[in-house]
Ligand binder design. Structure first.
Ligand code: ZN
Length: 332
């Protein structure tokens, strides 16, 4: 029998049906029968005191704990719910409720290194993350970006210049570490080193080894140039980057979907920026919707309004869920 879902948003997205309330990715404590956590980027999740059940993958629970965000006892399986790999970061999942409603969480549009594309599933109602839901966002193939970056690093290495690769410490930094693991020696910022270690514990082979910066500095390794370092995304104006530039003349390369716009590189004061994203681009979002073939689509995050508008133009019943986006940080 078709379920009657009532969908609203505020502190996460709330879905009510059959007298039950499930809250998807709440950012603070909330009363619910089930709380679903799609992935470990949800920094401010608080486990409620009530008898709520927390549903998440064991990888997400582990990664959250590594980031001092203990989720307590979690369920990794629950009748009526199916978690589906969203390919966004390790352990990220979308949620299919009663085989009818599919919430994607943050979702990737293509395989990158050891991560797959988020899986489309036929459903009646689709709640779709729409961070890059505008036509200007078309990401080039990963292999082309990888090739360009390898050529750039080769050129810098030939002149003895060290390279700083930057991306979000959980998720992007591990993809970057993997894709460019052939460059040695490779050093890692503490935050990246910790998350790389967590990925390895969860059986991800990141290929090459890297040495933590503090150890490299202690042993005077950074003076022997060139080298590659992977660090969390930070501005070229930050103390960390400025210091590496002064001491070693490092060249910075940032990785983000936002790098599709030339302005991203300038606003972050980066030397180079390349679009490698853990989200779908506009065209991948549209294909994803077609593959899921839903009767109703709700879009959330980023370009929710314009993506819903485009989906209506091509014949889908689509509307944005507005207000769920608290800050840029909430959809890294
Ligand atoms: Zn995320």
């Amino acid at each position: 029998m078709a379920e009657n879902f009532i969908i609203s948003q505020g502190n996460g997205i709330s879905v009510q049906y059959n007298g039950k309330k499930i809250v998807l990715d709440p950012s603070s404590s909330v009363d619910a029968d089930v709380i679903f956590i799609s992935h470990a980027h949800m920094d401010h999740m608080h486990r409620p005191k009530q008898n709520s059940v927390v549903l998440t993958s064991h990888e997400t629970a582990y990664l959250a704990a590594q980031r001092d965000n203990e989720l307590g006892a979690v369920e990794t399986e629950l009748e009526g719910y199916e978690m589906i790999d969203s390919g966004h970061i390790l352990g990220s999942r979308g949620l299919l409720i009663e085989n009818e409603l599919y919430y994607t969480g943050d979702i990737a549009g293509r395989p990158r290194g050891f991560l797959p594309r988020g899986k489309p599933v036929k459903c009646k109602t689709l709640i779709l993350e729409s961070t890059f839901g505008e036509e200007e966002y078309r990401f080039p193939p990963i292999a082309i970006v990888q090739d360009r970056v390898n050529k750039l690093i080769a050129d810098l290495f030939s002149r003895g210049i060290p390279v700083l690769l930057m991306g979000y410490a959980l998720g992007k930094a591990q993809i970057v570490s993997y894709l460019f693991s052939s460059w040695q020696p490779m050093y890692s910022h503490e935050a990246v080193f910790k998350m790389n270690g967590a990925y390895r514990t969860l059986n991800v082979d990141l290929k090459g080894e890297s040495i933590e910066i503090s150890k490299a500095e202690e042993e005077g390794l950074l003076k022997r140039m060139p080298w590659v370092m992977v660090a969390p995304m930070s501005s070229g104006r930050s103390k960390f980057v400025k210091s590496l530039k002064e001491k070693y003349g490092v060249v910075t390369i940032g990785f983000s979907g936002w790098a599709v716009n030339e302005s991203y590189k300038h606003s972050r004061a980066l030397d180079y920026a390349f679009p490698i994203s853990d989200h779908c681009d506009f065209y991948e979002l549209v294909s994803f919707v077609k593959e899921c073939a839903p009767e109703k689509v709700y879009t959330f995050h980023g370009s929710a309004v314009s993506l819903a508008e485009h989906l209506r133009e091509i014949g889908f019943d689509a509307e944005p869920l507005l207000g769920a986006q608290k800050s840029l940080k909430s959809f890294i």
